[in-house]
Design a binder for this molecule. Structure first.
Ligand code: AMO
Length: 449
């Protein structure tokens, strides 16, 4: 709403609207007049009456069209139309919310051009993942599909809230750079005004440099991995929840911070996302403590218990991760387990080696229901040690000069972690493909929508 003196208009901030939100509607008394806005989520023509289910950000509400009472013809309504309806409030115990709006007048704010290609008004879409991804703007309107991403919002919000309270500063690092930190073959290369450049695989270099500035930083943002394989847990672009903190005594400080974040977030979801949890029938894990096991020990435990040969001594195979998850659920009743001391061979150059046995690093992965959702650990903070490690890994310092300067000019002992947001969401809500918990997935074959 604009206000003015006839010559100039002024905007003063948000104004209370006369239209009732769905929650306010439900507080109204029988016979009150109400005006609601929303999309026609589903329609049921019963002859003399018709059910017009409205969808808004707040959820669904039942409006009822009645012959002779409603001004517009029911035939004018289509699923997908955006409408503003005015009518009277009626208590109706058969209505999903216990109240419904008896429609008197309808204003069509916009009308669909064509019938919807998917039955988004149904509880279960019953459509293949492929079809859902091909029609993303429509499929996400389904209440269950939408709920997944509200829960994902809750996780990001939990991460932010929790870390703000722990004295972290939120940063935003560039996604294009000369060099990335994670190594391996999964780099997207591009040309940047005739210079070779890469898309960042993680904010690793930047968050470490920023420890020298703020001590504690975090970032939530996209990262890029040119994975050439098509799996249920890999994306080519995903959202990474990263933090990095200085003045740590050991990498267990990082594990503690992550455990704190998880507890805080489960509590937040429980309090503020109950509707979505119920829609998806999610039972949140109860986290009191998370067991820690070394990489080596974890391998031995599952090999013994499930009679499985150790094939890859320096890495965890996906099946091994699943079995570690199963083991800790069966033996310790925990969905989560920190697997610590990963072999140096498989960790990037910045990981701190264990001074007691340099074949291993002071780093960890967090497995949740048998899937890696986090990698973290203590980093090298000594300038010379870092240079030696870069050389030992056969890497060049080119493109890392400024990163190395941060260490040349002093860095505290520090560490951090990166959590895959889509993976965490997928495990939490019990999906079996990461694309189910990605709004617009990027994979080997998918560059749009
Ligand atoms: P890492 O490479 O292990 O570590 O990644 C951290 C977490 O990101 C998620 N993840 C992925 N999710 C979807 N698709 C992918 N292709 C993919 N790759 C990884 C996983 C994984 O645990 N810089 C370090 C983190 C750190 O030490 O701070 C890093 O990026 O959940």
């Amino acid at each position: 709403m604009k206000e003015g003196n006839g010559i100039m208009e002024f905007v003063k901030g948000i104004v209370e609207r006369e239209k009732s939100g769905y929650e306010e509607f439900l507080e109204k008394a029988e016979g009150d007049t109400a005006c609601l806005e929303g999309t026609v989520h589903s329609l049921r023509d019963m002859g003399e009456i018709g059910f017009v289910i409205l969808r808004s950000r707040e959820g669904l509400l039942q409006a009822v069209w009645e012959e002779g009472v409603s001004r517009e013809d029911l035939k004018e309504f289509h699923e997908g139309d955006c409408i503003r309806v005015t009518g009277t409030v009626k208590t109706e115990e058969r209505a999903p919310q216990g109240k419904e709006l008896r429609i008197k007048e309808t204003e069509f704010l916009s009308k669909v051009d064509q019938p919807l290609p998917l039955p988004v008004g149904k509880w279960n879409l019953n459509t293949s993942l492929e079809a859902k991804l091909n029609m993303r703007p429509v499929s996400l309107r389904n209440v269950r599909e939408r709920a997944k991403f509200r829960i994902q919002e809750g996780i990001t919000r939990g991460f932010r809230d929790f870390l703000y309270h722990q004295g972290f500063t939120e940063i935003h690092s560039p996604k294009i750079g000369a060099k990335s930190a994670e190594g391996g073959a999964n780099l997207f290369k591009l040309e940047y005004f005739h210079h070779p450049a890469v898309l960042q695989q993680s904010p690793q270099l930047y968050k470490q440099m920023m420890v020298g500035v703020f001590d504690r930083v975090f970032e939530t943002g996209p990262v890029f991995r040119a994975e050439k394989h098509n799996t249920r847990r890999h994306l080519n672009e995903y959202t990474s929840l990263d933090f990095e903190m200085g003045y740590i005594d050991s990498f267990y400080d990082i594990c503690r911070m992550e455990t704190g974040f998880l507890k805080y977030t489960m509590d937040l979801l429980n309090r503020e996302y109950r509707k979505e949890l119920d829609i998806l029938k999610v039972t949140l894990p109860e986290i009191k403590e998370i067991p820690c096991v070394t990489f080596q020990k974890a391998k031995e435990l599952v090999s013994e218990k499930y009679q499985r040969k150790i094939r890859a001594p320096f890495d965890l195979e996906p099946e091994e991760e699943e079995l570690i998850g199963k083991y800790f659920q069966e033996e310790w009743g925990s969905d989560f387990v920190f697997v610590t001391h990963y072999p140096s061979k498989k960790r990037p150059f910045y990981a701190m080696d264990d001074p007691e046995d340099s074949r291993y690093t002071l780093s960890f992965d967090l497995l949740y229901k048998g899937l890696e959702i986090t990698t973290g650990g203590q980093r090298i903070h000594d300038y010379q040690m870092l240079k030696d490690k870069i050389a030992a890994k056969g890497m060049s310092e080119e493109g890392l000069e400024q990163y190395l300067d941060a260490f040349k000019y002093g860095m505290p002992p520090h560490g951090g972690l990166g959590i895959g947001l889509e993976r965490l969401t997928m495990q939490l809500i019990g999906e079996d493909n990461i694309r189910e918990t990605t709004l617009f997935p990027r994979d080997l074959t998918r560059l749009e929508p």
